[in-house]
Design a protein around this ligand. Structure first.
Ligand code: HEC
Ligand code: HEC
Length: 350
């Protein structure tokens, strides 16, 4: 039936001289074919999801042109992100360790538990402006957003599952089949589309509507207070060399003076095996920093004051008491409540 439909439709396209009678007959058939193809699945007519680059940020690294994100792909990624079936015992989802209301960090938790309450050695990062990342994780072990989810799924301490088995678990689920159809025109669930959809979801988890952004873009003539402005001056001098520009990260690897308390974690060295990379970690963004404590790759600091004490003591970046007040006021302008409260990123309820 499918083949016959195709042949008839091709004929319709190629033979423009057909009589009105045949034409009408084929057209009716064509419509019937169409109906058959979409019955029970909904129609395949995905809506492109447009990315508009904010004027104060550079070009992203995620390629919105070739990835062609759609509302349907995003919805599928969102469902997968909150689905516990991505873990071996069906108890842990990506959202268990990454909370949307905290820029996808895990607030108050130094080391997020994975399956069977196991813990690793690293603090959950934010998932925020990852469309601008060239490297992912504290050590940069993934270099494309669509490859990144393989790591937590396979990690024995996190989800301890294989992507092939995830496919097995969800491939006959009627909701997923319908969502795959709507996003990709096929109800066959496969790992590439799972990863691509998670990538689409995360590529839109972007923060660029804080007071800082409005001031920089001169929106509504918003201005910094005197203390915030003084904080920005201190920040540019002491922190911007690594927490660079409007992304607040240079996306590079540094040692920020932290004494390695845990020799098990040698940072970037784990990936490169280059001795110069020992104890280097990727500079985290400081956007929404008031919501993402505890801080550093192992969550060792609970407050910004502890962070300032660290920089003063270990990194030769003296943060005076007056500077602390100024920096705190400035860092508070990086809170983006539009992003933190965006219901599009919340658990859709599986
Ligand atoms: C058990 C907790 C846990 C689970 C489950 C988990 N993550 Fe993570 N995630 C982390 C930790 C911890 C890190 C930092 C790890 C590191 O750098 O080695 C991280 C890092 C990331 C990053 C890197 C962000 C950046 O800026 O470099 C992304 C993206 C991410 N996770 C997405 C996901 C996705 C998608 C899933 C589900 C498939 C997931 N995570 C499941 C704990 C978790
Ligand atoms: C030499 C580069 C460099 C400079 C300068 C620097 N930082 Fe950092 N910062 C880093 C790196 C790298 C990390 C992650 C280190 C780790 O976890 O091992 C970090 C982590 C942080 C964190 C924790 C963020 C999180 O999500 O866990 C805060 C807060 C912070 N820095 C604030 C500052 C402030 C404030 C200044 C200026 C006084 C500053 N930094 C100067 C490189 C730097």
């Amino acid at each position: 039936m499918g083949n016959l439909c195709k042949k008839l439709m091709m004929l319709l396209h190629s033979r423009l001289t057909l009589t009105a009678l045949i034409f009408a007959g084929i057209l009716g058939m064509g419509m019937a074919c169409n109906k058959k193809e979409t019955s029970g699945e909904g129609s395949f007519n995905p809506t492109p999801m447009v990315f508009v680059k904010p004027i104060n940020l550079p070009e992203p690294t995620y390629n919105f042109t070739t990835e062609q994100p759609t509302k349907e792909g995003f919805a599928l990624g969102r469902k997968l992100f909150y689905d516990e079936r991505l873990s071996d015992d069906n108890t842990i989802s990506c959202g268990s360790c990454h909370k949307a209301s905290a820029a996808f960090a895990d607030p108050g938790v130094a080391l997020s538990p994975g399956v069977r309450k196991q813990v690793g050695i690293r603090n959950s990062t934010t998932i925020m402006n990852v469309a601008w990342n060239a490297d992912f994780f504290w050590d940069g072990r993934a270099t494309h957003l669509n490859d990144q989810p393989i790591s937590p799924i396979h990690n024995p301490l996190e989800m301890n599952e294989s992507i092939a088995n995830v496919v097995k678990k969800i491939k006959d689920d009627a909701t997923y089949k319908s969502m795959f159809y709507k996003a990709y025109g096929t109800d066959v669930v496969d790992s590439v589309k799972i990863l691509k959809s998670l990538g689409m979801f995360m590529a839109f988890a972007n923060s660029y509507n804080s007071k800082f952004d409005r001031v920089q873009r001169n929106e509504n003539s918003e201005k910094f207070t005197v203390t915030e402005q003084e904080g920005y001056v201190v920040f540019i001098k002491k922190c911007d060399p690594c927490h660079k520009g409007h992304l607040f990260t240079d996306n590079k690897f540094h040692i920020n003076g932290l004494p390695p308390t845990d020799a098990k974690d040698s940072g970037r060295f784990v990936i490169t095996r280059n001795i110069n990379d020992l104890y280097l970690f990727k500079t985290p963004s400081l956007r929404n920093i008031l919501y993402t404590a505890p801080y550093m790759h192992d969550g060792r600091f609970n407050t910004l004051d502890e962070v300032f004490t660290h920089y003063t003591k270990n990194a030769g970046l003296e943060v005076t008491n007056a500077d602390r007040t100024r920096l705190k006021a400035f860092l508070a302008t990086l809170t983006d409540s539009t992003f933190l409260n965006n219901k599009d990123f919340a658990d859709p309820g599986n």
